[in-house]
Ligand binder design. Structure first.
Ligand code: 5AD
Ligand code: SF4
Length: 439
């Protein structure tokens, strides 16, 4: 059997797209290998969110020359956000003559046809579609994420945050029909998946494009909780401007929905938020957090931060720093602003020095670490729901809380693997959490 090797760069959305790529390759009778030296076809599923990622991918493509020399029949395909970006397919074509196929985000599902065609003609294929097409519901997937399943509920983004390349490479928002999402989730639950993570760039605007009064994110969540079975729902990403009371209420009242919200703030300064076109102020964001914490007292909040956006002064940065402290996030993903071609921020004056960006990002990482340390301490004595992942050794199990934190659970009684349990945290020695069952 011929072998495939897929390398995924970037976000969860891409990880899930790679499951679709794997599905196509399986249907062409390829099997997976995790050694690219053994592969007959190599697919890079790329990202372009920051320049660093882009440069790394170009470096990685360059490295494939060696493998192509060793195996002239090797097929190399590059797809995803980087190849969708204006002009990049041409760059790949010129710079890397050993690449066989390049396609973008809108024609990902064509990969199978392109491979068949390439094998027949041995002519290089470069095809990137400018516009998104209707959602294709007939995709084969080969899931690779254990008991977690990713489910796209929508594609694209309409927000045009001024730093962000995503709306240019993923197109406008298109929502899947509620009944299609329902069928997929139902069959996943029937097949034993325990966590269903709903994916969209901005899940809270789910249904806006359908605009029938029924297709909303809150209604979708409610509908999915009617599916029978022992499973939990997560979702990402939420945009603060669109996270409404209905959604907060569903999360607060539905036990099947995890109390975890990834709510990127990006900056704590109203001035910078305005320049970013985020459509909320520091005060509005903090009020939203207050509301969420009141409705869902044990909520686990995480965020994304960009430091060094053009015009960010020390004072602006301090606003971000103090906001992180005030919200007391469980997880902070901090990035240095990276200029993206074609975005509004690319043209802004007062770009910030790399050295300053670096200092600021490190300050945030340090702060985040100290917050987490303190939070872990405060978890002692409290009870959290999690899943029993595996047995470790005599009477010890590894559990994963909905927040993603690992806990070593001691239990005299045997615990079913992949069962949900309430776990009381008893100790957190050397940042490892320990607990007991408290159902
Ligand atoms: N520079 C730095 N970070 C960015 N992000 C998006 N675009 C950029 C950029 N140009 C970050 C945002 C977003 C996350 C997925 O990546 O914080 O939420
Ligand atoms: Fe980018 Fe903003 Fe859309 Fe997120 S909401 S994908 S940051 S434009």
């Amino acid at each position: 059997m011929q072998k495939y090797y897929i390398k995924t760069f970037g976000c969860q959305m891409n990880v899930h797209d790679s499951e679709k790529i794997a599905g196509m390759l399986k249907s062409l009778e390829y099997e997976e290998t995790n050694k690219k030296e053994q592969a007959d076809i190599i697919v890079f599923n790329t990202c372009c969110i920051r320049d660093g990622v882009e440069q790394k991918i170009f470096g990685n493509i360059g490295d494939l020359k060696r493998l192509k020399k060793q195996n002239p029949n090797l097929i190399i395909a590059i797809c995803g956000c980087l190849s969708q970006q204006n002009g990049r397919a041409e760059v790949i074509k010129q710079k890397f003559p050993f690449v066989s196929i390049v396609l973008g985000t809108h024609n990902l599902n064509e990969l199978k046809n392109y491979i068949v065609k390439f094998k027949q003609t041995h002519k290089r294929i470069f095809d990137v579609w400018e516009k998104e097409k209707a959602i294709d519901e007939n995709v084969e997937m080969f899931r690779t994420s254990n008991y977690n399943a990713w489910v796209n509920i929508m594609y694209g983004c309409n927000n045009f945050c001024t730093y962000c390349i995503v709306p240019y490479v993923r197109g406008r928002e298109r929502s899947r029909k509620m009944e299609d999402v329902y069928s997929e989730v139902e069959s996943l639950v029937n097949n034993g998946y325990k966590y269903i993570t709903l994916l969209g760039q901005n899940v809270n605007s789910y249904g806006n494009d359908i605009n029938d009064g029924k297709t909303t994110f809150a209604n979708l969540l409610k509908l999915l909780t009617t599916i029978k079975g022992d499973f939990r729902i997560k979702f990402m990403t939420s945009h603060p401007k669109d996270l409404n009371d209905d959604v907060i209420n569903v999360i607060a009242t539905e036990p099947k929905i995890c109390n975890t919200i990834h709510l990127p703030v990006q900056s704590g300064s109203t001035k910078i938020l305005k320049l970013m076109n985020r459509n909320y102020s520091r005060e509005q964001y903090l009020n939203l957090i207050k509301k969420i914490k009141q409705a869902i007292p044990d909520v686990y909040l995480s965020t994304d931060i960009i430091v060094g956006f053009p015009n960010e002064t020390e004072e602006d940065f301090l606003y971000t720093y103090t906001l992180i402290k005030e919200v007391n996030y469980g997880g902070v993903f901090a990035f240095m602003y990276s200029k993206r071609t074609g975005t509004v921020a690319e043209k802004m004056e007062n770009q910030i020095d790399e050295k300053i960006k670096n200092e600021r990002v490190n300050k945030i990482l340090k702060l985040s670490k100290s917050l987490i340390k303190q939070q872990n301490k405060e978890m002692c004595g409290k009870t959290f729901e999690g899943i029993i992942e595996k047995e470790l050794e005599n009477n010890k199990y590894l559990a994963v809380l909905h927040s993603g934190k690992n806990v070593i659970v001691e239990s005299e009684n045997s615990l079913p693997i992949l069962s949900f349990q309430n776990i009381k945290i008893t100790n957190n020695e050397a940042s490892q959490l320990f607990g007991v069952i408290n159902n």
